[in-house]
Design a protein. Structure first.
Length: 405
């Protein structure tokens, strides 16, 4: 079996006191993350130097239970942390996002499974794909699983994986859609991530060949979507959060940081960059350019407002011990899609305003544009599909288009 190719840093992360402190730590790391971004694209994985620095800053601990040394912070923190990393590099932010989300999913499993992952290795990272692209056979004490899971972001850096699988009876009839926790050392690996953007996310294929998964390391995906999880620690607020909205808003979060960074870069150049083929000596002198900057800023603000509205409602419901109804969950999915819609419009507008220089290979603007465009096509956050889900719920029509609400 193939093993993870990570260099395990010493687990010396400082104690987190607030989201603001974590974001400040990330901003201190921006020069390093930006320096390594081009190398990450070339190597198709985040530079290990960046992973080590983020680990030592505690950035992978935000969704890990405190019982294992994690910070166990609200979902809002995941959004702000991912956005802050994305200001420096979208691919690095994607890995941070998915590893933290998969750590959160691990917190939904029974304590025995969580012990398997973190009791002796509290610094362990988890990646994952919940699509059940596999086969399983029921055996004593669990299942034997065979399958291939594509687009496993962070695959180069993970020690475990949460992977979708069919739960079957002795006759092979499917009973449930399960999510299994499998050690990375039990899985083979194939490089399949050759793409135009998010190149450094390492979203490769993990492969199971006759892998045994014990029953305690499997949970029901449909039950989790409805708020029924397996952890015995029901007092832990974070793991009461609504499953699919957490994942959708999480994968939308890097868009926020990339949009914010492109606005910053285009605005900074405006004072010295001429507006070609006009009498304006700088772009900033142009009323049309100022209008474009303002419109892009408002689109980015709109994305932030929807993201924060949605995630704050998720965190509030978790604190109160309630589970959002279908309409609220559908609106959260729509909010995530709305983030993508508005950031995409903003970045496109900013590239028109900035001009063709934004597409030069040595201009970081084009990397953010490519990363945003690829990340925005993730199935969880496609704007049109998300709006259809919300519209169906608003009209109270039976049978929404997905069980993943």
């Amino acid at each position: 079996m193939a093993s993870a190719t990570t260099e395990q840093p010493t687990d010396t992360a400082p104690t987190a006191t607030s989201t603001e402190e974590l974001v400040a730590r990330i901003r201190d790391l921006h020069p390093l993350l930006e320096k390594n971004a081009a190398r990450g694209e070339q190597d198709r994985r985040v530079a290990q130097e960046s992973i080590r620095a983020l680990t030592e800053a505690g950035i992978f601990k935000i969704a890990q239970p405190r019982r294992y040394g994690g910070y166990e912070l609200p979902v809002r923190t995941q959004i702000e942390v991912s956005a802050a990393v994305a200001e420096a590099d979208g691919g690095t932010a994607w890995v941070v996002t998915l590893c933290n989300q998969c750590a959160w999913m691990t917190g939904l499993f029974p304590e025995q499974a969580q012990d398997d992952v973190w009791k002796s290795t509290p610094e362990a990272k988890v990646s994952g794909v919940v699509t059940p692209s596999s086969e399983s056979v029921k055996v004593d004490g669990g299942f034997v699983v065979n399958g291939r899971w594509y687009y496993n972001s962070g695959s180069w850096h993970s020690d475990w994986a949460v992977l979708g699988m069919p739960v079957v009876d002795e006759a092979g009839e499917m009973l449930d859609h399960g999510i299994a926790l499998i050690p990375r050392t039990d899985l083979d690996f194939e490089e399949t991530w050759f793409v135009a953007g998010m190149k450094s996310s390492g979203s490769n294929c993990l492969i199971a060949k006759d892998v045994f998964v014990p029953e305690h390391r499997i949970i029901s995906a449909p039950k989790a979507w409805q708020g029924e999880v397996a952890t015995e620690h029901t007092d832990e607020v974070l793991y009461r959060s609504a499953f699919t909205p957490v994942l959708a808003l999480g994968v939308a979060a890097p868009q926020l940081g990339m949009g914010r960074k492109v606005l910053e870069l285009v605005s900074a150049k405006a004072a010295t960059k001429p507006l070609t083929f006009t009498f304006y000596s700088t772009q900033a002198d142009s009323a049309v350019f100022r209008h474009q900057i303002a419109e892009a800023a408002m689109l980015i603000d709109t994305a932030y407002l929807h993201a924060y509205r949605a995630v704050d409602e998720i965190d509030r419901a978790a604190r109160e011990g309630t589970y959002p109804d279908e309409l609220a969950r559908a609106r959260a999915r729509a909010d995530a899609g709305w983030v993508v819609e508005n950031i995409t419009k903003a970045i496109n507008l900013l590239l028109f305003a900035h001009g063709a220089a934004g597409f030069a290979e040595n201009n970081v603007i084009q990397r953010h544009w490519r990363d945003s465009a690829v990340a925005g096509r993730h199935a969880y956050i496609v704007p049109g599909v998300s709006l259809e889900m919300y519209g169906t719920a608003l009209l109270a029509q039976d049978g929404n288009i997905t069980p993943m609400l």
